[in-house]
Every structure is written in structure tokens, then in C-alpha cells.
Design a protein around this ligand. Structure first.
Ligand SMILES: NC(=O)c1ccc[n+]([C@@H]2O[C@H](COP(=O)([O-])OP(=O)(O)OC[C@H]3O[C@@H](n4cnc5c(N)ncnc54)[C@H](O)[C@@H]3O)[C@@H](O)[C@H]2O)c1
Length: 469
């Protein structure tokens, strides 16, 4: 294939948007068109004010501002973009199935298949198809099957190029990735396609960081990477419970083990549990794949990571209830944070949703403050669980845009997201306006507990056994 000058990406979400913006920034000679069926999303990507783009990521607005209109375009004209592109990235959502066989575990590949069929229908010349979405191992063979049975003689090469960016640091991660992984066929045509994608990344990524493998290794590596990361979180979280029983302190334990170079210090922060759209979905998918090959022990091993995470979220909610004298009925509890982690507006699978749901079952009143999450998203997240009527969620939860208002008159504050700004608040002012005893449940071990105790708060940080001294 000749040099790539036109790329299209199907899916303008948290991955498609930032990834393509970075390619456009680094490769001004390539025209990059990101398409999506969701008109509102595309409209937001095209908003004159780049601060209104639909994905919040530090530094992303600047990248978009530089490339948009030059060689970066956002559009709803999916067919046209497919037709014109030499290389097509598929970056659509692959959520856990909510129906039928594999319900609650397998990845729903409906959107992937729709893309493949659309590409098959539209294409008039040879194209390279790149799986950017996270997919079960061997999905490329299904895509290939659909693409090669159109009878129109068009040749397709399928590559796997999973995305390893982390939300909240997407721009940094894309600018200087630990590695870029590209899987392709070991045929002469496959090698040419792999090289075409290597050449794109080589515009800014050092060659030794661009790894090439066969397609299946690449697909499986992405599921494996997420499973390992989530496993570390569940491992440290499992020890918080032991710390709380034994006067060990999880922060000290994490530091002590993290200095071992074989273990390393990252991803050892205890918390209320991991969230986000990927970890749970990808592990469940791995579990499903293992089960479908009859590998029961392997499936059980990885499933435990999810079981531990669910336990941690429930445990946090139960601690709040227990410490509020076994009832939260009618009590106001302020939530600091709703996003699944700091520096993102993404709330998918956020621990906050599940903790809120549990507390609402106990008839608590929750007031939520998050610097980036709008009111309608909070209600949409709770409604999605289907635990109670939408009106009941509205009655039980208030979303407040001022953190001091959010905790005025509350019995307790629960820290659910590790936003830096929480640390800098006027905690004396917050204390003065709360009911006493004023309690803080720090689900991220973010705040300086000793300072808060000096003000008069009773503080419970995850993995330490002190509520008050
Ligand atoms: N979010 C992350 O941090 C992350 C990181 C690495 C990999 N991934 C993977 O990347 C994929 C995308 O994730 P995301 O977070 O960007 O999802 P997302 O839901 O934010 O975006 C997907 C977009 O695809 C669009 N879409 C779906 N079907 C379409 C079609 N047929 N034509 C046009 N547009 C269509 C949807 O409207 C949506 O806007 C998933 O497989 C995910 O597992 C996500």
C-alpha cells in the first residue's frame, strides 16, 4: 500500500477522540476524520470553544485546537469517511453483554460487527482495518470473515492496535507511550500493513517502543494488561481489611512493598475500589473466554479480582452506615467526587455510583459535588442501575456545584474521587457548617487525616483502623 494520507476512525469517544487528535497533531501530512453516529457528540467535538469538547482530559483541548480544521475533522458522515480512507480505526464501544448467552460477562460485539458490515458495503478499494477497541482474542477472524465475503474483490488487512492510554493522563500517555502494540498477519501483505501503521507512530514514538506481534497476542495482551492492573488494585484493597483489624497501616505497607523493584510503587494505592469502563469489562471478558475453553481454574482465578472489588465498594458503604450509629435514614451524606478517577469527567462503573446506591437503599440523602460531572450524568448513572424509580433517585440525591454548600448540614463526607482540589479546601469552614460529630470517610486516602482530626473531625481512611483519636 502507498503511504497513508487519509485515516478514518469510527467512534469519537474517550479513545477515538484523543487518539486521533494526537495522530493529527503529530502527523500534519495525514488527514484524520473521526466519525460517530452520535450527533450531539460530534457537535461537541466541533464546538467553537475547545473547552466544550465532550471528553475532559488535561491538555486535550490544546491538541484539538492545534489540529482541528487543519487535518483533524469530526463528522457524522460515516460512509463518506470510510470510502475516502486508506486506513480505518474501529474505536467503538464494546461493553459487557446485558442479554442472552454470555450475559454479564462476554463483550457485546454488536457495534464492532456493524462497523465491519458498513466497511464491507462501502469500500471500493483496498483498506487496512485497525482494531482500536479492546476485543476478545480472535475477534479479528470474525471481522475478516465479514469483510472478505462481500464478493467485490476488495482486499482488507486487519491489524490489532489496542490502546493503553489511561483516562486522566490520556494526552501524556499518547504523547509518550510506554509502548505501542501492533498485531498483524505474518504474510507479505500483513507485514506491509503493519509497517504502514508503524510508520505513522514512528512520527513521534521511538522505534524501540513500537512492538509488533501476531494478531492474537496483541488482542490478548490488552485484556491481560487490564487484568494485571486491576488485580494489583484488588490485591492492595484486600489487605486494607487486614490492616483495619491489626493496626497495620495500608499506606506504610504499600510503601514498604513498593520499594521492592520487582513489585514497583505504582498502582498500590488503596481505595474504595476501581471503576471505569474497562477493568471490570475486560476481566469479565477474560473470565468468559477462559470458561468457553473449559479453563475453570483460570476463570475462577481472575473472577476473584472482580469479587474483591465489589466487596470493597460494599464494605465502604457499610462502614459509613455502621459509623453513623447503624442508620443513615434521613441523614445527609456529602459525596466529594463522582467520576471514577480524578482528571476525567467519565463516570462509567465509578465506585461512587454503587456506594450511593447502597446508601440510598438505607434511605440516606446524598449531596454530590464533582468538579467535572454534570447533574444529569449523576442521575443517569443511578437510573441505569434500575434499583428504584428515577423520581426516587431525584428525591434522594442532590447534585450541588459548590463543595461548601454540598456538605452544609451534613452528618458525614465521603471522598469517592481523588480530585486534588479537595485537599486545598477550607476544612475549618466545612467543619463549622456540619452536624457534629462531623465524620469523614476517605475512600481514597487523599486527605491529611491528622490535620482534619486537629480541627475536630472524626476521620476514617481506608486501611487504617482509626476513626477518631
Ligand atoms: N476509555 C478508556 O480508557 C479505554 C482505554 C483503552 C481502550 N478502550 C477501549 O476502546 C473502545 C472504545 O472505548 P471508549 O471509552 O472510547 O467508548 P465510548 O463509548 O466513549 O465511545 C465509543 C463511540 O463509538 C460510537 N459508535 C458505536 N457504534 C458506532 C458505529 N457503528 N458507527 C459510528 N460510531 C459508533 C458511539 O456513539 C460512541 O460515541 C472500547 O473497546 C474500550 O474497551 C477504552
Amino acid at each position: 500500500m502507498e503511504n497513508i494520507t487519509k485515516i478514518c476512525c469510527i467512534g469519537a469517544g474517550y479513545v477515538g477522540g484523543p487518539t486521533m487528535a494526537m495522530i493529527a497533531k503529530k502527523c500534519p501530512h495525514i488527514q484524520v476524520t473521526v466519525v460517530d453516529l452520535n450527533e450531539a457528540r460530534i457537535k461537541a467535538w466541533n464546538d467553537e470553544d475547545v473547552n466544550n469538547i465532550p471528553v475532559y482530559e488535561p491538555g486535550l483541548s490544546d491538541v484539538v485546537a492545534e489540529a482541528r480544521g487543519r487535518n483533524l475533522f469530526f463528522s457524522t458522515e460515516v460512509d463518506k469517511a470510510i470510502d475516502e480512507a486508506q486506513m480505518i480505526f474501529i474505536s467503538v464501544n464494546t461493553p459487557t453483554k446485558t442479554y442472552g448467552a454470555g450475559k454479564g460477562q462476554a463483550a457485546d460485539l454488536k457495534w464492532i460487527e456493524l462497523c465491519a458490515r458498513q466497511i464491507a458495503n462501502i469500500s471500493k478499494d483496498n483498506k487496512i482495518i485497525v482494531e482500536k477497541s479492546t476485543l476478545p482474542v480472535r475477534t479479528a477472524s470474525a471481522i475478516k470473515d465479514i469483510l472478505t465475503h462481500t464478493g467485490n474483490g476488495v482486499q482488507f488487512q486487519i491489524l490489532s492496535n489496542p490502546e493503553f492510554l489511561a483516562e486522566g493522563t490520556a494526552v501524556e500517555d499518547l504523547d509518550a507511550p510506554d509502548r505501542v502494540l501492533i498485531g498483524g498477519d505474518n504474510t507479505p501483505e500483513g507485514k506491509v500493513a503493519v509497517q504502514a501503521l508503524v510508520d505513522i507512530y514512528a512520527n513521534w514514538v521511538p522505534k524501540e517502543r513500537i512492538l509488533t506481534t501476531n494478531v492474537w497476542s496483541s488482542e490478548l495482551s490488552k485484556l491481560t494488561a487490564n487484568a494485571f492492573l486491576a488485580q494489583r488494585v484488588s490485591s492492595i484493597n484486600s489487605l486494607t481489611e487486614i490492616c483495619e483489624q491489626t493496626e497495620a497501616d495500608i499506606n506504610e505497607v504499600a510503601k514498604a512493598i513498593g520499594t521492592d523493584s520487582r513489585i514497583g510503587p505504582k498502582f498500590l494505592k488503596a481505595s474504595v475500589g476501581f471503576g471505569g469502563s474497562c477493568f471490570q469489562k475486560d476481566i469479565l471478558n477474560l473470565v468468559y473466554i477462559a470458561r468457553s475453553y473449559g479453563l475453570q481454574e483460570v476463570a475462577d482465578y481472575w473472577e476473584q479480582v472482580i469479587i474483591m472489588n465489589d466487596h470493597q465498594k460494599r464494605r465502604f458503604a457499610n462502614q459509613i452506615i455502621k459509623n453513623l450509629y447503624n442508620t443513615v435514614n434521613g441523614k445527609k451524606i456529602a459525596f466529594f467526587g463522582w467520576a471514577f478517577k480524578k482528571d476525567t469527567n467519565d463516570t462509567r462503573e465509578s465506585a461512587a455510583i454503587y456506594v450511593a446506591d447502597h446508601l440510598l437503599n438505607e434511605q440516606a440523602h446524598i449531596s454530590v459535588y464533582d468538579p467535572k460531572v454534570p447533574e444529569n450524568q449523576v442521575y443517569a448513572d443511578l437510573d441505569y442501575l434500575n434499583t428504584r424509580e428515577a423520581e426516587e433517585n431525584k428525591a434522594g440525591v442532590q447534585v450541588i456545584t459548590d463543595p461548601y454548600e454540598a456538605c452544609k448540614g451534613s452528618h458525614a463526607i465521603a471522598v469517592l474521587t481523588e480530585w486534588d482540589e479537595f485537599k486545598g479546601y477550607d476544612w475549618q469552614r466545612i467543619y463549622d457548617n456540619m452536624l457534629k460529630p462531623a465524620k469523614i470517610f476517605d475512600g481514597r486516602n487523599l486527605l491529611d487525616a491528622d490535620k482534619l482530626r486537629a480541627i475536630g473531625f472524626q476521620v476514617r481512611s481506608i486501611g487504617t483502623n482509626v476513626l477518631d483519636k
